[in-house]
Design a protein around this ligand. Sequence first.
Ligand SMILES: C[S@@+](CC[C@H](N)C(=O)[O-])C[C@H]1O[C@@H](n2cnc3c(N)ncnc32)[C@H](O)[C@@H]1O
Length: 308
Amino acid sequence: MLCVEISKERNTIPVAEIASFCRISWVYDDVVLCEGSAEVLRRLAYSKRVDELLFACRIDELFGSMPEMEYDDFSVRVFNAGADKGRMERSIGSMIRGSVRLEDPRNEFRVFIEGDAVLFCRSLFTIRERFDDRRATRRPFFSPTSLHPRLARAMINLSGAEREVFDPFCGTGGILIEGALMGLRVHGSDIQQRMIDGCRENMDFFGLEGYSLECSDVCDLDAEGLEAIVSDMPYGKSSYTGREPLKQLYSRSFTKLCDMLKPGGRAVVCTNNLRLLMQPDTELSLVGLHSLYVNKSMRRWIGVFTKT
Ligand SMILES: C[S@@+](CC[C@H](N)C(=O)[O-])C[C@H]1O[C@@H](n2cnc3c(N)ncnc32)[C@H](O)[C@@H]1O
């Protein structure tokens, strides 16, 4: 069993990201217990650390039920114990045979007090992605409509993509950059040639290779049998739509997204207008919906669709 420490976002994305790859057993505040491969969780955007759950018990049973443990190089950290933190860390440490090392230990035990339950874990790895180094203003080709790289990565995770990602509204390439850095094959298209040129400049700036880009209206694309489509669609405020009404653009785009996916494939679409995500006339089923507060006048909506 794995114990994932998620970031303290007040939204549903961190847990949904994990659910794309693992079977979730329990969620409590910022801790998620799940079954699955730990390695795949290195790609999570809104999580901080992945631990292995060694055992769980009631808090009043902790000291009576600790198994015999021997580690030659370890530290203990207790979370959510309030003023008892230091005392508990010393008491638990004294029950483990071996030598304590507080700086950079080979084995870090992380003990979470969650209500009257204790989760006794050993740290596997920390997730350290320098998303801010890739935010829109740090790229050579910049547009104010770009998503933050952390959200771009989370959207790819919500698609469950394991091999490839296609973004038919790629703009400056925020989603494609994250996909390529995750080791996925990425393809992008956009109706504006200047976006395709700028997107290529950004991809090259990060030394990314093996991607493909084309200038096209979404409905003129030839793609089919795709595993995952992930897109930040035009919002109509500062995004270009060629003066096409958004309702019409979304309606024809959703039909096309569905045609391009393989059965069971997923489309993850971000927009600022919930109504535009609700497209009843396609074979796409909405299997997840998330929202993110941006500012007083804008909220982003992220729909996760699967082709039935
Ligand atoms: C919100 S922006 C994408 C932002 C992008 N995620 C980024 O990181 O820059 C939407 C993009 O959709 C493109 N677009 C608008 N109408 C389109 C259409 N009919 N077909 C394809 N692309 C279109 C615009 O040119 C714009 O670059």
